[in-house]
Design a protein around this ligand. Structure first.
Ligand code: KG4
Ligand code: ZN
Length: 348
Protein backbone atom coordinates (compact mmCIF):
# COMPACT_ATOMS: atom_id res chain seq x y z
CA UNK A 1 0.00 0.00 0.00
CA UNK A 2 1.03 3.58 -0.65
CA UNK A 3 0.66 5.98 2.28
CA UNK A 4 1.21 9.71 2.57
CA UNK A 5 2.40 10.85 6.01
CA UNK A 6 1.91 14.34 7.40
CA UNK A 7 3.63 15.71 10.51
CA UNK A 8 3.05 19.19 11.97
CA UNK A 9 3.19 18.64 15.75
CA UNK A 10 5.93 21.17 16.47
CA UNK A 11 8.14 23.31 14.25
CA UNK A 12 8.72 21.03 11.27
CA UNK A 13 6.25 20.89 8.40
CA UNK A 14 6.84 17.48 6.87
CA UNK A 15 5.27 15.13 4.33
CA UNK A 16 6.45 11.74 3.08
CA UNK A 17 5.33 8.84 0.95
CA UNK A 18 6.05 5.22 1.86
CA UNK A 19 5.09 2.07 0.02
CA UNK A 20 4.94 -1.59 1.03
CA UNK A 21 3.37 -3.94 3.51
CA UNK A 22 4.22 -5.83 6.71
CA UNK A 23 7.86 -5.31 7.61
CA UNK A 24 8.78 -4.48 4.01
CA UNK A 25 8.00 -0.78 3.72
CA UNK A 26 10.18 1.57 1.65
CA UNK A 27 10.52 5.32 1.81
CA UNK A 28 9.65 6.94 -1.55
CA UNK A 29 9.96 10.61 -0.61
CA UNK A 30 10.49 12.84 2.39
CA UNK A 31 10.22 16.63 2.63
CA UNK A 32 10.99 18.44 5.91
CA UNK A 33 10.68 22.19 6.18
CA UNK A 34 12.18 23.39 9.47
CA UNK A 35 10.80 26.69 10.64
CA UNK A 36 13.59 29.15 11.15
CA UNK A 37 11.38 31.86 12.67
CA UNK A 38 11.73 30.46 16.23
CA UNK A 39 15.49 30.78 16.40
CA UNK A 40 15.52 34.39 17.58
CA UNK A 41 13.11 33.52 20.42
CA UNK A 42 15.28 30.69 21.74
CA UNK A 43 12.39 28.21 21.56
CA UNK A 44 9.24 27.34 19.63
CA UNK A 45 6.49 29.99 19.65
CA UNK A 46 3.19 28.08 19.16
CA UNK A 47 1.32 30.79 17.25
CA UNK A 48 4.21 31.32 14.85
CA UNK A 49 4.44 27.55 14.34
CA UNK A 50 0.74 27.27 13.37
CA UNK A 51 0.98 30.13 10.88
CA UNK A 52 4.16 28.75 9.32
CA UNK A 53 2.52 25.31 8.93
CA UNK A 54 -0.42 26.96 7.16
CA UNK A 55 1.88 28.58 4.64
CA UNK A 56 3.98 25.48 4.09
CA UNK A 57 1.57 22.55 4.17
CA UNK A 58 0.36 22.67 0.55
CA UNK A 59 3.77 23.02 -1.17
CA UNK A 60 5.35 20.49 1.23
CA UNK A 61 2.71 17.83 0.50
CA UNK A 62 2.79 18.58 -3.25
CA UNK A 63 6.57 18.21 -3.29
CA UNK A 64 6.44 14.91 -1.38
CA UNK A 65 3.86 13.49 -3.81
CA UNK A 66 5.83 14.72 -6.85
CA UNK A 67 9.15 13.35 -5.50
CA UNK A 68 7.49 9.95 -5.05
CA UNK A 69 6.13 10.14 -8.61
CA UNK A 70 2.55 9.83 -7.41
CA UNK A 71 -0.63 11.82 -6.94
CA UNK A 72 -3.09 12.08 -4.07
CA UNK A 73 -5.70 9.99 -5.91
CA UNK A 74 -3.19 7.11 -6.23
CA UNK A 75 -2.72 6.87 -2.45
CA UNK A 76 -4.26 4.16 -0.28
CA UNK A 77 -4.30 6.25 2.89
CA UNK A 78 -3.21 9.48 4.55
CA UNK A 79 -1.49 9.08 7.94
CA UNK A 80 -1.33 12.18 10.07
CA UNK A 81 -0.09 13.05 13.56
CA UNK A 82 -3.01 13.84 15.90
CA UNK A 83 -1.10 14.00 19.26
CA UNK A 84 0.92 14.91 21.24
CA UNK A 85 2.17 18.38 20.34
CA UNK A 86 1.09 21.99 19.94
CA UNK A 87 -2.64 21.83 19.30
CA UNK A 88 -2.71 24.71 16.80
CA UNK A 89 0.19 23.19 14.89
CA UNK A 90 -1.30 19.68 14.94
CA UNK A 91 -4.64 21.00 13.69
CA UNK A 92 -3.09 22.33 10.48
CA UNK A 93 -1.72 18.94 9.42
CA UNK A 94 -4.70 17.01 10.75
CA UNK A 95 -7.32 19.17 9.03
CA UNK A 96 -5.37 19.22 5.80
CA UNK A 97 -4.76 15.47 5.87
CA UNK A 98 -8.40 14.62 6.55
CA UNK A 99 -9.59 17.00 3.82
CA UNK A 100 -7.12 15.62 1.29
CA UNK A 101 -8.19 12.06 2.09
CA UNK A 102 -11.90 12.92 1.93
CA UNK A 103 -11.55 14.75 -1.38
CA UNK A 104 -9.73 11.76 -2.87
CA UNK A 105 -12.06 9.14 -1.37
CA UNK A 106 -9.32 7.49 0.64
CA UNK A 107 -9.09 6.89 4.35
CA UNK A 108 -7.17 8.54 7.18
CA UNK A 109 -5.04 7.05 9.94
CA UNK A 110 -4.33 9.08 13.08
CA UNK A 111 -0.79 8.49 14.34
CA UNK A 112 0.54 9.22 17.83
CA UNK A 113 3.77 11.18 17.35
CA UNK A 114 5.78 8.98 19.76
CA UNK A 115 4.62 5.79 18.04
CA UNK A 116 5.93 7.43 14.87
CA UNK A 117 9.37 7.84 16.50
CA UNK A 118 9.21 4.15 17.42
CA UNK A 119 8.72 3.16 13.76
CA UNK A 120 11.36 5.50 12.26
CA UNK A 121 14.29 3.11 12.61
CA UNK A 122 12.41 0.28 10.87
CA UNK A 123 12.53 2.31 7.64
CA UNK A 124 16.32 2.07 7.59
CA UNK A 125 17.21 -1.12 9.44
CA UNK A 126 15.56 -4.43 8.60
CA UNK A 127 16.62 -5.69 12.04
CA UNK A 128 14.70 -3.02 13.95
CA UNK A 129 11.66 -5.25 14.37
CA UNK A 130 10.07 -6.38 17.66
CA UNK A 131 10.72 -7.72 20.14
CA UNK A 132 13.08 -4.98 21.32
CA UNK A 133 13.81 -2.47 24.07
CA UNK A 134 13.06 1.07 22.93
CA UNK A 135 14.40 4.36 24.18
CA UNK A 136 12.60 7.39 22.78
CA UNK A 137 14.39 10.62 23.58
CA UNK A 138 12.99 13.79 22.09
CA UNK A 139 12.49 17.42 23.01
CA UNK A 140 9.19 16.72 24.74
CA UNK A 141 9.39 13.08 25.85
CA UNK A 142 11.69 10.47 27.32
CA UNK A 143 10.20 6.99 27.25
CA UNK A 144 11.70 3.59 27.99
CA UNK A 145 9.56 0.82 26.52
CA UNK A 146 9.55 -2.89 26.03
CA UNK A 147 8.09 -3.62 22.62
CA UNK A 148 7.02 -7.23 22.37
CA UNK A 149 5.22 -6.59 19.06
CA UNK A 150 4.18 -3.56 17.01
CA UNK A 151 1.13 -2.15 18.76
CA UNK A 152 2.00 -3.75 22.12
CA UNK A 153 4.04 -1.39 24.26
CA UNK A 154 5.01 -1.84 27.87
CA UNK A 155 5.91 1.51 29.39
CA UNK A 156 8.79 0.88 31.81
CA UNK A 157 9.99 4.35 32.63
CA UNK A 158 9.74 8.01 31.73
CA UNK A 159 11.18 11.29 32.83
CA UNK A 160 9.62 12.83 35.91
CA UNK A 161 10.42 16.37 34.80
CA UNK A 162 12.46 17.58 31.81
CA UNK A 163 12.77 15.43 28.71
CA UNK A 164 16.30 14.51 27.61
CA UNK A 165 16.15 16.87 24.60
CA UNK A 166 14.75 19.64 26.77
CA UNK A 167 17.72 19.20 29.13
CA UNK A 168 20.09 19.57 26.14
CA UNK A 169 18.22 22.69 25.02
CA UNK A 170 18.19 24.30 28.49
CA UNK A 171 21.85 23.55 29.16
CA UNK A 172 22.71 24.91 25.71
CA UNK A 173 21.00 28.16 26.67
CA UNK A 174 23.06 28.30 29.90
CA UNK A 175 26.20 27.88 27.82
CA UNK A 176 25.16 30.58 25.35
CA UNK A 177 24.43 28.18 22.49
CA UNK A 178 21.57 28.51 19.96
CA UNK A 179 18.28 26.58 19.92
CA UNK A 180 17.86 23.65 19.44
CA UNK A 181 20.87 23.00 21.62
CA UNK A 182 21.51 19.26 21.26
CA UNK A 183 23.80 19.33 18.21
CA UNK A 184 25.68 22.37 19.57
CA UNK A 185 26.31 20.68 22.94
CA UNK A 186 27.52 17.54 21.16
CA UNK A 187 29.97 19.56 19.05
CA UNK A 188 31.20 21.60 22.03
CA UNK A 189 31.58 18.47 24.19
CA UNK A 190 33.76 16.86 21.52
CA UNK A 191 36.29 19.64 22.19
CA UNK A 192 36.71 18.74 25.89
CA UNK A 193 39.94 20.33 27.13
CA UNK A 194 40.87 18.78 30.47
CA UNK A 195 41.51 15.04 30.67
CA UNK A 196 40.25 13.66 32.91
CA UNK A 197 37.43 16.19 32.91
CA UNK A 198 37.69 18.69 35.78
CA UNK A 199 33.91 18.65 36.02
CA UNK A 200 31.65 15.77 36.96
CA UNK A 201 27.91 15.71 37.56
CA UNK A 202 26.00 13.15 39.60
CA UNK A 203 24.18 10.65 37.37
CA UNK A 204 20.51 11.58 37.81
CA UNK A 205 18.18 8.92 39.29
CA UNK A 206 20.96 6.38 39.24
CA UNK A 207 21.93 4.48 42.36
CA UNK A 208 23.36 1.00 42.65
CA UNK A 209 20.85 0.10 45.40
CA UNK A 210 17.86 0.52 43.07
CA UNK A 211 16.10 -2.79 42.54
CA UNK A 212 13.61 -4.05 39.97
CA UNK A 213 10.18 -3.03 41.23
CA UNK A 214 11.43 0.22 42.79
CA UNK A 215 9.54 3.17 41.29
CA UNK A 216 12.81 4.83 40.29
CA UNK A 217 14.42 1.72 38.76
CA UNK A 218 13.55 2.81 35.21
CA UNK A 219 12.33 6.40 35.69
CA UNK A 220 14.51 9.36 34.85
CA UNK A 221 14.83 13.01 35.90
CA UNK A 222 16.96 15.69 34.32
CA UNK A 223 16.00 18.97 35.94
CA UNK A 224 18.44 18.50 38.85
CA UNK A 225 21.25 17.95 36.37
CA UNK A 226 20.30 21.19 34.61
CA UNK A 227 20.46 23.02 37.97
CA UNK A 228 23.84 21.47 38.72
CA UNK A 229 25.11 22.77 35.38
CA UNK A 230 23.69 26.23 36.18
CA UNK A 231 25.50 26.30 39.54
CA UNK A 232 28.76 25.23 37.88
CA UNK A 233 28.45 27.82 35.11
CA UNK A 234 27.82 30.53 37.69
CA UNK A 235 30.81 29.46 39.77
CA UNK A 236 33.13 29.37 36.78
CA UNK A 237 35.72 32.12 36.72
CA UNK A 238 36.61 31.54 33.08
CA UNK A 239 33.43 30.45 31.29
CA UNK A 240 34.97 30.54 27.86
CA UNK A 241 37.67 28.06 28.92
CA UNK A 242 35.26 25.85 30.88
CA UNK A 243 32.36 25.62 28.39
CA UNK A 244 33.50 22.54 26.49
CA UNK A 245 34.36 20.63 29.67
CA UNK A 246 31.01 21.48 31.26
CA UNK A 247 29.15 20.46 28.08
CA UNK A 248 31.01 17.16 28.06
CA UNK A 249 30.39 16.50 31.76
CA UNK A 250 26.67 17.19 31.26
CA UNK A 251 26.45 14.94 28.19
CA UNK A 252 28.33 12.16 30.01
CA UNK A 253 26.00 12.28 33.02
CA UNK A 254 22.83 12.29 30.92
CA UNK A 255 24.12 9.58 28.60
CA UNK A 256 25.19 7.34 31.47
CA UNK A 257 21.70 7.46 32.96
CA UNK A 258 20.02 6.68 29.63
CA UNK A 259 22.42 3.81 28.94
CA UNK A 260 22.09 2.28 32.41
CA UNK A 261 18.27 2.45 32.43
CA UNK A 262 18.18 0.90 28.95
CA UNK A 263 20.59 -1.84 30.04
CA UNK A 264 18.29 -2.66 32.97
CA UNK A 265 15.35 -3.08 30.57
CA UNK A 266 17.40 -5.23 28.18
CA UNK A 267 18.38 -7.50 31.07
CA UNK A 268 14.91 -7.70 32.60
CA UNK A 269 13.25 -8.73 29.33
CA UNK A 270 16.19 -10.59 27.78
CA UNK A 271 16.02 -8.54 24.57
CA UNK A 272 18.74 -8.73 21.93
CA UNK A 273 17.80 -5.52 20.13
CA UNK A 274 17.60 -1.90 21.24
CA UNK A 275 15.84 0.67 19.08
CA UNK A 276 16.52 4.36 19.63
CA UNK A 277 14.31 7.19 18.42
CA UNK A 278 13.72 10.92 18.78
CA UNK A 279 16.02 13.87 18.18
CA UNK A 280 18.49 12.97 20.96
CA UNK A 281 19.15 9.68 19.13
CA UNK A 282 21.20 11.87 16.71
CA UNK A 283 23.77 12.14 19.49
CA UNK A 284 26.78 10.07 18.43
CA UNK A 285 28.14 9.88 21.99
CA UNK A 286 24.85 8.36 23.21
CA UNK A 287 24.74 5.78 20.42
CA UNK A 288 28.41 4.81 20.95
CA UNK A 289 27.97 4.53 24.71
CA UNK A 290 24.88 2.37 24.17
CA UNK A 291 26.83 0.07 21.79
CA UNK A 292 29.84 -0.13 24.09
CA UNK A 293 27.69 -1.06 27.05
CA UNK A 294 25.24 -3.43 25.40
CA UNK A 295 27.25 -5.17 22.67
CA UNK A 296 29.01 -7.39 25.24
CA UNK A 297 25.54 -8.56 26.33
CA UNK A 298 24.76 -9.53 22.75
CA UNK A 299 22.34 -6.67 22.08
CA UNK A 300 22.35 -4.84 18.73
CA UNK A 301 21.67 -1.10 18.78
CA UNK A 302 19.57 0.43 16.01
CA UNK A 303 19.57 4.21 15.69
CA UNK A 304 17.90 6.17 12.92
CA UNK A 305 19.87 8.59 10.75
CA UNK A 306 19.44 12.24 11.84
CA UNK A 307 16.67 13.09 9.34
CA UNK A 308 14.56 10.17 10.62
CA UNK A 309 15.51 10.69 14.29
CA UNK A 310 14.22 14.26 14.46
CA UNK A 311 10.61 15.08 13.59
CA UNK A 312 9.64 13.86 10.13
CA UNK A 313 6.60 12.53 8.28
CA UNK A 314 8.30 9.32 7.08
CA UNK A 315 7.92 7.79 10.54
CA UNK A 316 4.26 8.85 10.61
CA UNK A 317 3.62 7.24 7.22
CA UNK A 318 5.45 4.07 8.37
CA UNK A 319 3.34 3.79 11.52
CA UNK A 320 0.35 4.57 9.29
CA UNK A 321 0.98 1.46 7.18
CA UNK A 322 0.88 -0.68 10.32
CA UNK A 323 -2.42 0.81 11.48
CA UNK A 324 -3.98 0.81 8.01
CA UNK A 325 -3.21 -2.89 7.67
CA UNK A 326 -5.02 -3.46 10.94
CA UNK A 327 -7.96 -1.37 9.79
CA UNK A 328 -7.43 1.29 12.47
CA UNK A 329 -9.08 4.02 10.42
CA UNK A 330 -9.70 7.45 11.91
CA UNK A 331 -13.14 9.00 11.85
CA UNK A 332 -13.41 12.33 10.02
CA UNK A 333 -13.99 14.08 13.35
CA UNK A 334 -10.64 12.92 14.78
CA UNK A 335 -9.35 15.79 16.92
CA UNK A 336 -5.87 17.02 17.86
CA UNK A 337 -4.61 16.65 21.43
CA UNK A 338 -1.72 18.32 23.23
CA UNK A 339 -1.15 15.09 25.11
CA UNK A 340 -2.49 11.57 24.76
CA UNK A 341 -1.33 8.17 26.00
CA UNK A 342 0.63 6.05 23.57
CA UNK A 343 -1.86 3.67 21.94
CA UNK A 344 -1.28 -0.02 22.53
CA UNK A 345 0.06 0.28 26.07
CA UNK A 346 -0.05 -3.03 27.90
CA UNK A 347 -0.26 -3.07 31.67
CA UNK A 348 2.88 -4.21 33.48
O1 KG4 B 1 12.27 14.40 18.13
P1 KG4 B 1 12.56 15.82 17.98
O2 KG4 B 1 12.97 16.33 16.61
O3 KG4 B 1 11.35 16.73 18.39
C1 KG4 B 1 10.46 16.40 19.40
O4 KG4 B 1 9.56 15.57 19.17
O5 KG4 B 1 10.64 17.00 20.49
O6 KG4 B 1 13.69 16.17 19.04
C2 KG4 B 1 14.24 17.44 19.16
C3 KG4 B 1 15.25 17.41 20.28
C4 KG4 B 1 15.76 18.80 20.66
O7 KG4 B 1 15.65 18.93 22.06
C5 KG4 B 1 17.23 18.76 20.23
O8 KG4 B 1 18.08 19.55 21.02
C6 KG4 B 1 17.55 17.29 20.36
O9 KG4 B 1 16.40 16.63 19.90
N1 KG4 B 1 18.73 16.91 19.54
C7 KG4 B 1 19.88 16.45 20.07
C8 KG4 B 1 20.78 16.28 19.00
N2 KG4 B 1 20.12 16.60 17.84
C9 KG4 B 1 18.86 16.99 18.20
N3 KG4 B 1 20.23 16.22 21.35
C10 KG4 B 1 21.48 15.77 21.57
N4 KG4 B 1 22.41 15.59 20.59
C11 KG4 B 1 22.09 15.83 19.29
N5 KG4 B 1 23.01 15.65 18.34
ZN1 ZN C 1 9.36 14.23 17.95
Amino acid sequence: MRVLGIETSCDETSAAVVEGSGSDVALRSLVILSQDAHRVFGGVVPEIASRAHLTAIVPVVERALADAGTTASALDAVAVTYAPGLVGALLVGLSFGKALAWANRIRTVGVHHMEGHLFATALEHAGAQPPFTALLVSGGHTLLLDVEAWGRYRLLGATRDDAAGEAFDKVAKLLGLPYPGGPHIERLAAGQRSAPNRFRFTRPMLRSDQRLGDPDYYDMSFSGLKTAVLTTVRASTDREADRADIARAFQDALTDTLVEKTARAVDAFGRTRVVLGGGVACNGALVSAMRERLAPRGAAIYAPSPRLATDNAAMIARAGVFHAERGDWAPLDLDAFASAPLPGLVVT
